[in-house]
Each structure stands twice: as C-alpha cells, then as structure tokens.
Design a protein around this ligand. Structure first.
Ligand SMILES: [Zn+2]
Length: 312
C-alpha cells in the first residue's frame, strides 16, 4: 500500500513538472522573422514586438507580458538591432505590451503618449509601484514624437481613439514599416477598452489617419505581419461594427436583440483570441462592447488632469 502511494506521488510530481515546463515554454519561447533588412518582428505570448536595427543599436516597440519575456527580448533585440537598446516605445498601457519593461536598465528612454502613462497609473498601478516604477514610460508626448537614432528615423503618432484612448502608432520612416499596436488586430477580434477611452465609433476614422501615413508593411498588435490591404480589411470590419451598433442603439434595441440581429460580413476570416478564465475576444464580445458604447451604457473613466500638463 505504502509503495503504491509512493508511486502515485512520484507520477503526480512528474506530471506537475511536465505541466510547469510546458507553461514556462509557452510563455517564454519567442519566434522572430525579418520584415525588412532593418526591421524584425518578435512573436510570443503577448503583443507583437518590433525591433529596428540602427547604426547605434536597437529600438524596441512593446515588451510583451512578463518581465522574464522582457529579459529574453532584451537579449534578442541586441542581436537583431545591432547593439544595446537605445529606446523602447510602448504603443499603449496594456500588460501584454508593457510588463516586459522592467528588464531594461533603469534610465532607458521609454516613449509613450501622456494618456498611456495616465491609464497605466489609473488601471495598472499595482504593477507600476515600487521596483518597477522606474520602468514606466518616461518620454511622453501628445501628438507626435520623432527620434533620430544612428541612421534611422522613428516617428510616433497619436491619431485618435480606438482600442484605448492613448494608442500610438510607430513609423520606421526609411523602412516604410508601421507598427500599429492594438489599433489593428490582424484577422482577429479586437479587445475594446472603453473604460480607458477606447471607441468603436471613432476607430475607423483613426485608422483613416493611420492609412494616410507613408508605409508598405504593417506589424499589427496581434496576428501576422501584413500590408495596407490587410489594415483596410480590418478598418472595413470596424466601420461595419460601428454602424450596426449605432443603428441598434438608435432603435433602442437591447443587448440580446442586438446580438441576435447582428449580421456582420467582414469578419469571415477572423479568429477568436482567448485565455481560459481571463478573457475571450470573439464576435459576441465586440458586438457587446460596440453596443455598450453606442447606447451609452459604458463611459470612459475620467482621468485626473496631471499637474504638469492640461491636455488630458
Ligand atoms: Zn491592448
């Protein structure tokens, strides 16, 4: 009997070990591919990361979900980017784009919009206190931010509300590559953060301004690298979703009626994005969020105006 219990215990410990290794690999394995001679994308558990190679070292856009991923991205970026990181850019405040930040040395330039910094303090303050406080964005802007590093120009733009109220897009000018952050989920249903200023109603117009920029290749926040046509496809879906939601709100339809009546056409190839027990971004999710905004059920949270600037 004692021996049997011992065998079961050994098997259980082995199973837990296998599961731990599986989860560890799932979280820490990174894939990467070249987008141009100087731009690479890193895929992993979290938002897509871009690395730009310059004569002076790497520029990194977004840092994924866990500090341990950040440490791996830091090492990979040094190799892909021609030297140590010269600047990090956070497209928006969400954990799956920023929680790798603490891997970079204190004092690293970290660019974001002022709104992103404010949302991060408002919605994710537990993470950004204490040891990680110095890893929060420290080079903030409102509309446009230019970096000249080595032989490369990196231009960040805030072009309006969509996924949150503070998303920037990054243009690698010489390479004609754009990182959109989560303003673009390529062939996936997007998260829509209404509480942090996101807006389905304004998203398509924001993407119109994004499409007016000068680029060929597009790194989305989630999903594979694509081109202008891929971004246009997503814009068509967002416009369709916004129109349907405002019609349903104008007709004073309930959420249940709205979900039942939804007849969207531009999401044929979309995949769901989900983590069990945490979130599920699917057709019902995006319709619900669009309806919540259009019918006024959910309003963006008011931000306190920061002492240093009055533009929040
Ligand atoms: Zn996001």
């Amino acid at each position: 009997m004692g021996r049997k219990v011992g065998v079961i215990a050994v098997v259980l410990v082995a199973l837990v070990g296998v599961l731990a290794v599986y989860l560890y690999n799932r979280v820490t394995v990174l894939d990467h591919e070249a987008v141009t001679d100087s731009v690479s994308v890193i895929y992993g558990a979290g938002g897509n990361v871009a690395v730009l190679r310059t004569q002076s070292g790497a520029v990194v856009v977004d840092t994924m979900t866990f500090p341990i991923q950040g440490r791996r991205i830091l090492v990979l970026a040094e190799r892909l980017g021609g030297g140590p990181t010269q600047a990090v850019i956070n497209t928006h405040y969400h954990a799956d784009h920023t929680h790798g930040n603490p891997a970079w040395p204190l004092g690293t330039r970290i660019v974001a919009t002022e709104r992103t910094r404010a949302y991060l303090e408002r919605f994710d303050s537990a993470f950004w206190e204490g040891l990680t406080a110095g890893a929060a964005p420290n080079d903030l802007f409102t509309d446009r931010h230019d970096l000249r590093i080595g032989d490369k120009t990196v231009r960040s733009h805030y072009l309006g509300r969509g996924h949150t109220g503070g998303d920037l897009v990054v243009l690698f000018v010489e390479d004609r590559v754009l990182h959109t952050g989560d303003l673009f989920f390529n062939r996936r249903y997007p998260n829509i953060d209404l509480e942090a200023g996101g807006s389905v109603q304004q998203w398509a117009e924001t993407l119109e301004r994004v499409l007016a920029l000068d680029f060929d290749r597009v790194i989305p926040g989630h999903g594979p690298v694509t081109d202008r046509a891929g971004l246009l496809e997503f814009q068509r879906f967002i416009a369709e979703l916004a129109e349907f939601a405002s019609e349903s709100a104008a007709a004073e339809m309930s959420l249940e009626e709205t979900l039942a009546a939804a007849n969207l056409e531009h999401d044929g190839a979309f995949e769901e994005l989900s983590v069990p027990f945490l979130f599920k971004f699917d057709r019902d999710f995006v319709i619900r969020r669009a309806w919540e905004e259009a019918s006024g059920v959910v309003q963006p949270v008011e931000l306190e105006a920061p002492a240093a600037s009055g533009n929040l």
